[in-house]
Ligand binder design. Sequence first.
Ligand SMILES: *Cc1c(COP(=O)(O)O)cnc(C)c1O
Length: 225
Amino acid sequence: MKVVDNLKNIEEKINKACEISGRDRDEIKLIAVTKYVSIERAKEALEAGICDLGENRDEGLLNKYEVLKDEPNWHYIGSMQTRKVKNVIDKISYIHSLDRISLAEEIQKRANEPINCLVQVNVSGEESKHGIDPEEALDFINGLSTLDKVNVAGLMTMAPLTDDEQLLRRCFRKLKGLQVEIQKAGLRHAPCTELSMGMSNDFTIAIEEGATMIRIGTALVGEEL
Ligand SMILES: *Cc1c(COP(=O)(O)O)cnc(C)c1O
């Protein structure tokens, strides 16, 4: 399938989810996750009108960055090794996977400008998932207040791989509730306006529950290389 055709299909679903939940399409940023695909396929996504690309490894990001440069906004969505921060930090618009203080400190050390960071929260409690415990998120964010290069732009989560709609809704609602709590705290370094949640199999539910960024790989650009 061409990316434009997939995109048309996805946009229809986004619009429908917006209608159901009384939201505006402009509130939601669609990120094409290109981690499985070639530079050519990523280019095709840009030609189809997509402005945001997501990668989960520094090699993948740097390979594509070499060719595509700053044409897309780059999103780093994978778990970030501390020693890799310096390779990518000046190239990305958002890091979606801030999950420990040592990573925040490395960002502080390496970034020239404040970086938009999303704190990854493990709302499902699955052992295999990265992220801060929901109960510890506010304390964690409070602890970042002295790092002026770390702007807590929002929260990110990965829901379990399931088609249990109620379970997915509970996860997304929990992240939304946490966002409300953090916004109430009124922290200058944590405007927390973004909610990065929703992938190929659950993005319509995530939108209904308040996502402002959805990260779609398989359904949009495919997983072939
Ligand atoms: C791979 C990945 C995605 C995209 O997953 P699909 O199911 O292919 O849409 C989204 N978010 C993260 C963090 C990922 O690693």
